[in-house]
Design a protein around this ligand. Structure first.
Ligand code: GLN
Length: 538
């Protein structure tokens, strides 16, 4: 194999067209033809990473094995490709500027005036090539965040122009755009696409492929028109209709021959077809489930489903594995109170208390844990959800009514969850939590051990507070058993209640590791327990 090939994915007309899904789908098609592919995302905002962003601003913050706090599109990349991403897969304008400014302070620019062109664009290009230079990948797909025409996207588009100029045979641009349907005119409209392509061309970038999002089939005439006006080959105008699930998009793109078009353009072998047998198998199970369960997701950002993206996707993977449709009911923890709890939760077959930060909606989460524990409803607590399980047990079983996390009440007499020692002197908020993958040793004979079927696992973390080992013996004696420990620090990572049919709290985030090819065992088992619970109710 010669040089790495680079595919840039840009977006036009509007945001939220699904560049991440198109990038992941194209990568899936190339991967299933045997190419080694990775996807990276360049985000034009000035934050160093999305770790400090409110979920209302940016949805979920996705965490990689090496502890990067990243854009949620990286979650899609991993779920589609079943391959971990890293620090290098997500770059922001903030990070680009930070490294240029660091170099300037070190004197690396030898007295030159530091400018957007060439210094910022050079740094962007350097980062664009980094994964390709690792030698691991034949194809690197780079998704450019934002929309063409945004002021902040300009340096990235300029970097792509230079990239294309420097290596015209090894890179290409796929432009994702919208072809809207005007009901009043009864027509699909090509003008917005023409304008967004013009905008790219003004910056010196000619797209090679147009992927046209549309609610209606765009037909040959429109393809021909778009090809002519946008200066692309007609066969490189690809239709992307709304799909019932994001996991159907690779099939849609294969039908449109997107993989073949791209490989031809990059002068890579393109004979045969992508083998999507396993993918189709997954889609079949998704479309034709044999049972159905209702699982409540208790959180405080439920009006914004992107805040729990990886959890929702993990349920889709686990549902398919169980041949069961998982209906996730999004329940706002702020609305839960003791009086109405049965009314709010009794119809559920499983309860998940979500990760989170801060006091808002916290007590409601405790009520949900209590209801699941007392009524033997399958329960999974993730990160803050696990901490809630520990606090609820202390209050209602260990008779410590004021037990709390020192995050919520720093003056609690019973800080059953407290600040990690390593966090005590930290002042900066960005990138300073316990982040990324850590080993966890499972206790033999535990539910966790039977689910994972191995003694040592590795899972990803994002938290500052931890289980307080001073209370460990009290918990054990009363029936909440720690069954997963960090082998180095002895930090409790998993708690279970063996008396309960399925009650598990995990300090880590299993959802980040669930993929189409490898549904996460904890989610698979949890959904399985919900299926069993639903049967009992009949
Ligand atoms: N707020 C909790 C902590 O920092 C839990 C974090 C989370 O749920 N990701 O420990």
């Amino acid at each position: 194999m010669s040089a790495t090939k680079y595919i840039f994915v840009t977006g036009g007309v509007t945001s939220s067209l699904g560049k991440g899904i198109i990038s992941a789908s194209l990568a899936t098609l190339l991967q299933s033809r045997g190419y080694s592919v990775t996807i990276q995302k360049f985000d034009p905002y000035i934050n160093i990473d999305p770790g400090t962003l409110n979920p209302y601003e940016h949805g979920e913050c996705y965490v990689t094995n090496d502890g990067a706090e990243t854009d949620l599109d990286l979650g899609h990349y991993e779920r589609f490709l079943n391959r971990p991403t890293s620090q290098d897969n997500n770059v922001t304008t903030g990070r680009i500027y930070q490294s240029v400014i660091d170099k300037e302070r070190r004197g690396d620019y030898l007295g030159k005036t530091v400018q957007v062109i060439p210094h910022i664009t050079d740094e962007i290009k350097r980062r664009m090539k980094l994964l390709g230079q690792s030698g691991e990948f034949e194809v690197v797909i780079t998704e450019l965040g934002g929309t063409v025409g945004d002021i902040e996207a300009l340096p990235y588009v300029e970097a792509v122009r230079q990239f294309k100029w420097e290596m015209p045979d090894d890179c290409m641009v796929v432009h994702l755009t919208l072809v809207p349907f005007l009901a009043a005119a009864g027509e699909l409209k090509t003008k917005p696409t023409q304008h967004s392509v013009k905008m790219l061309q003004e910056s010196g970038v000619q797209p090679d492929v147009l992927v046209c999002r549309s609610e209606h089939p765009i037909g040959e005439d429109i393809k021909r028109k778009l090809a002519l006006f946008c200066n692309v080959k007609k066969e490189a105008v690809v239709e992307s209709l709304d799909a019932e699930t994001i996991y159907a998009v690779p099939m849609l793109m294969r039908n449109e021959k997107l993989d073949e078009i791209v490989l031809k353009r990059l002068k890579l072998p393109h004979e045969g077809k992508a083998d999507l047998t396993r993918w189709k198998d997954f889609l079949y199970k998704l479309r034709f489930p044999s049972s159905e369960v209702k699982i409540g997701l208790i959180g405080k950002y439920v009006e914004l489903k992107d805040a729990y993206k990886s959890i929702a996707e993990a349920f889709i993977h686990a549902g398919a594995a169980n041949e069961c449709k998982v209906n996730v009911e999004w329940i706002h923890s702020e609305n839960l109170n003791v009086e109405d709890i049965a009314k709010d939760l009794s119809h559920l077959d499983g309860i998940l208390v979500a990760p989170g930060f801060g006091e808002r909606g916290f007590e409601g989460k405790l009520h949900a844990v209590c209801y699941a524990r007392e009524n033997k409803i399958p329960f999974l607590g993730i990160c803050l959800g696990m901490q809630c399980a520990v606090i609820e047990f202390a209050r209602n079983v260990l008779n410590k009514p004021e037990a709390n996390s020192s995050e919520i009440n720093p003056k609690t007499p019973d800080p059953v969850i407290h600040l990690m020692e390593s966090q005590k002197d930290i002042i900066d908020m960005g990138g300073t939590m316990r982040l990324g993958a850590y080993d966890c040793k499972l206790t033999e004979g535990s539910l966790a051990h039977s689910i994972y079927r191995r003694p040592m696992i590795s899972e990803r973390h994002r938290h500052r507070f931890e289980y307080n080992n001073a209370y460990l013996e009290d918990y054990k004696a009363a029936g909440m058993i720690p069954t997963g420990f960090n082998p180095e620090t002895n930090l409790v990572e998993i708690v279970e209640i063996p008396e309960h049919p399925w009650f598990v709290g995990v300090q880590f985030h299993p959802e980040y590791k669930s993929t189409v090819a490898n549904p996460h065992p904890l989610f698979v088992s949890f959904v399985g327990a919900a299926v069993e619970y639903a049967k009992l109710k009949i």
